[in-house]
Design a binder for this molecule. Structure first.
Ligand SMILES: Cc1cc2nc3c(=O)[nH]c(=O)nc-3n(C[C@H](O)[C@H](O)[C@H](O)COP(=O)(O)O)c2cc1C
Ligand code: SF4
Length: 479
């Protein structure tokens, strides 16, 4: 158990870490040029003079980009978004402009737009901030997108637990309708599009786009198999549908303001624009931060932006993209070649915070949820909690996922409670390996990756845990 290791090496560790902590701060003060936050989406979010009412949004130039967009041809907006290179902020990082291009426009069926505001990935808390603090930005982004894809009906599928968010959006939509920004003949044009809020069904799987669509249709959120059910072809009511994340849709407004080419200059090639990172865990200043993609490294985020770890602590591990991303060990080295051929040799602190950096390090930036774990974290217990979550959330359609996640939970629970068998670490790996790649939706990978990475990277902890089980209190955390 890490806490024990910590106690055993307490004095040396404390001395080293105080030194390291102070050294980091000194480096920060005298030599380093730390990237500043570049707030585009969250520009007004924490301004005490700004509220989520339409008046504030209009005073800051709100809905001007909708006005501008309605004067363009829909395909011209699509071209700007394509040029911007903006990648989806919901998890997979698929380029939005390309997704829009896949829309089946020939079928003659109605086209729908859905905003995915389910935000169910543990460690992620950015979309709710946008909704609570600047809902009109999302509505404007959605109306521009709806016009670009020629949708006549758009939905915001919001997580069931966001009661307040749903209320805020309801009010914001009625304000927008009153001013003619959505509904019939938007801004006196001949384009009409209604916008409807749909409260989620309270399950993680409702965030998976095809599960979300099933739920929106009033059914159990069982994800659909792809192919053939790619939403852009066979989505809501079997009609072409675009599903985009809240942050992605907000970006559309800024792309129209800057122009696709100028937007593409923010960040780096293939990693354009800004990203909102949600930092949680054992850092001094957890929270949400918006930076240009790749403007800073994971180490700079942890030590310079989030104030570092608490005094006396050392970094043990980081999950860089929400609970389904593979965990990274603090003492790992990451070597290889990027897609453009550049070679890298990074420690954990050198990993660039963009889409490609965490991916090159064998994990992913996912939905932007960075979970920092210091040396007090019991890694077996942490994985047990993650496994309990996935076991609870599987929709149960596919046998490897339904049975596998339950077995992973049972095995980790038995390790934590002192009933481990010698072969349990290998058994866990084997179960996880048999889930990955054998399921209808990517939940299978989301559940398998934590187990694969925790067990292979913290194997000694699993062996040690078998000898020194968790105390009764922490066992109770397991569902
Ligand atoms: C299990 C699972 C849960 C997901 N949960 C969310 C979610 O809560 N919010 C979200 O935007 N995307 C979520 N996604 C990704 C969506 O399926 C989809 O890719 C995304 O909404 C597309 O938007 P984007 O292209 O703008 O990222 C999830 C995916 C999986 C496999
Ligand atoms: S992978 Fe899991 S969550 Fe996804 S469809 Fe299969 S059983 Fe359901």
């Amino acid at each position: 158990m890490r806490t024990k290791d910590f106690a055993a090496t307490n004095k040396i560790s404390l001395a080293n870490e105080y030194h390291r902590y102070n050294l980091k701060s000194v480096i920060f003060m005298i030599s380093k040029k730390i990237a500043k936050e570049k707030r585009i989406i969250l520009k007004h979010a924490d301004d005490p003079n700004y509220s989520n009412k339409i008046g504030c949004y209009l005073r800051k130039g709100g809905y001007k980009m909708l006005e501008k967009s309605l004067k363009l041809k829909p395909e011209e907006i699509g071209e700007e978004v394509l040029k911007s290179g903006v990648r989806g902020r919901g998890g997979a990082g698929f380029p939005a402009g390309m997704k829009w291009k896949f829309l089946d426009r020939k079928s003659g069926k109605p086209i729908y737009l859905i905003c995915n505001a389910d935000e169910s990935e543990p460690g992620t808390f950015k979309d709710r901030q946008i909704i609570y603090k600047d809902p009109h930005q999302l509505i404007e982004g959605m109306m521009i997108t709806a016009y670009a894809i020629q949708a006549k009906l758009a939905f915001i599928y919001i997580r069931a637990e966001f009661f307040e968010g749903a209320k805020i959006l309801e009010r914001a939509i009625s304000e927008a309708k009153e001013k003619g920004f959505c509904g019939e003949n938007i801004l006196d044009s001949d384009y009409s599009c209604d916008l409807v809020i749909h409260r989620g069904a309270g399950a993680y799987i409702c965030g998976e786009e095809t599960g979300l669509i099933e739920s929106l249709e009033g059914k159990r959120p069982n994800p659909r198999i792809k192919p053939p059910y790619f939403p852009a072809v066979l989505g809501l009511y079997q009609c072409p549908t675009i599903v985009n994340n809240v942050e992605t849709l907000c970006n559309v407004r800024h792309i129209m303001k800057m122009g696709g080419d100028a937007y593409a200059k923010l960040g780096k090639p293939n990693n354009t624009g800004t990203r909102i990172w949600c930092v949680s865990g054992q850092v001094v200043k957890p929270g949400y931060y918006e930076f240009e993609c790749g403007a800073l490294t994971l180490g700079e985020m942890i030590y310079d932006i989030c104030g570092g770890l608490h005094p006396g602590r050392s970094l043990q591990a980081v999950i860089p993209g929400g609970s389904s991303a593979k965990v990274l060990r603090a003492d790992e080295r990451f070597t290889g070649k990027m897609k453009d051929g550049t070679e890298f040799d990074w420690g954990i602190e050198d990993i660039p915070l963009d889409f490609d950096g965490p991916m090159a390090a064998g994990s992913m930036s996912g939905s932007g949820g960075i979970i920092v774990m210091d040396d007090t974290v019991d890694m077996v217990q942490a994985m047990a909690n993650i496994n309990a979550f996935y076991a609870h959330e599987s929709c149960g359609q596919c046998t490897p996922c339904r049975e596998g996640v339950l077995w992973m939970r049972k095995i980790t629970k038995r390790i934590c409670s002192g009933h481990a068998r010698e072969e349990d670490a290998d058994l866990l790996l084997s179960v996880a390996n048999q889930i990955e790649g054998r399921t209808i939706c990517a939940f299978g990978e989301a559940a398998a990756w934590p187990t694969q990475s925790f067990v292979s990277k913290f194997r000694d902890d699993f062996i040690a845990k078998a000898k020194h089980p968790s105390d009764e209190k922490s066992q109770l955390q397991l569902i």
